[in-house]
Design a protein around this ligand. Sequence first.
Ligand SMILES: NC(=O)c1ccc[n+]([C@@H]2O[C@H](COP(=O)([O-])OP(=O)(O)OC[C@H]3O[C@@H](n4cnc5c(N)ncnc54)[C@H](O)[C@@H]3O)[C@@H](O)[C@H]2O)c1
Ligand SMILES: [Zn+2]
Ligand SMILES: [Zn+2]
Length: 375
Amino acid sequence: MDTAGKTITCRAAIAWAEKSRLSIEEVQVEPPKPGEVRIRMLSSGICGSDDHVLKGELSVKFPLIPGHEGAGIVESVGDGVCSVKQGDKVLTLIIPQCRECDACLHSQGNFCDKQDVLPCSGVMLDGTCRFSCRGQKIYHSFRTSTFTEYTVVPEIAVVKIDDDAPMDKVCLISCGVPTGYGAAVNSAKVTPGSTCVVFGLGGVGSAVVMGCKASGASRIIGVDINEQKFPRARALGVTDCLNPNKLKKPVQEVVMEMTGVGADFAFEAIGKVETMVAAWNSCNNSYGVCLIVGLAPVDAQLCLEAAKILSGKTLKGVCLGDYKTRDCIPQIVTDYLQDKINIDPLVTHQLPFNQLHKALELYHAGKTIRCVLLF
Ligand SMILES: NC(=O)c1ccc[n+]([C@@H]2O[C@H](COP(=O)([O-])OP(=O)(O)OC[C@H]3O[C@@H](n4cnc5c(N)ncnc54)[C@H](O)[C@@H]3O)[C@@H](O)[C@H]2O)c1
Ligand SMILES: [Zn+2]
Ligand SMILES: [Zn+2]
């Protein structure tokens, strides 16, 4: 049946309020407006940013449909859409690329002015929503919303990928993989023989480790309070694992002692101010580079000793690996298909969408690197 132009009724997960249990409901998904794309979701990862949304740590409006790390097939397109067409395999993009704004036009910028991350307005570019449930408007999350059988996203937040991409895995290339891998290889440009420290060994931190390893780092120190993460982290290339809760000294002091001079590169992939400060204080005073990848709560302030920046080290934030998303993310899918990057070890669990609560339990119990929901 051709659904183009019609409202689709399907199942989606709704967070009616912050910290509430997600409820799988029948929702109405309007057809895409001009410049928009309606996607039949095939898979979605559960990213740490979704957890921040559901806990109310970011500035978001409820009720909303969470999820942003998605892969699917274009069901229909609105007027004027020309970069994707019905039947294309696509990824959703939390950071769009409008190719018109200041950041998009700058050679080094990727944080498109039309992003919907900080703060999250929960609406499409025209200020309205495409979802409703029992007559009530349901907000989008990061203009993507992937915990749903169908979603609508702006054309600038979707990109076509290879026809033979395995859709039960490549959703990770929508967020976690470029975020972590790109932070190491593209943003920090980790050097061969260097020492790296990675705070947080979840989906993003594990992708950072992969990037450090691929760049030839000779020592990769992994830091996490959940030791269940250590065996998989070692398999990806972590050489030393530290659990800050079991150390007698602050973790940054231990990293300083282990390395003698501090790490060349430190990455924070948790989203907490304390670990951002620890990452900063773990890197070499003169040439160390500290990358903040984790998303801190909306009101959090980062407080650093001002004198310590004088010695030359660098602090840098990075979103989606500094990639211009529509230009660069399809190539990562191609690289995966050509065995240049292997994302398989990151997909530790796959569950049907109707087992969403089990997937969230596994995530909260710290058992997953990435659990992929399959539609
Ligand atoms: N910058 C970006 O573009 C971008 C994109 C995606 C995700 N993120 C952010 O990256 C962060 C990580 O995302 P993820 O998907 O890997 O999340 P995750 O939940 O999979 O992983 C977080 C890890 O941090 C560990 N952890 C928690 N508190 C800790 C502490 N005090 N000390 C040490 N380890 C601790 C957890 O045990 C877990 O292993 C989140 O803040 C997320 O919002 C940023
Ligand atoms: Zn994400
Ligand atoms: Zn832009």
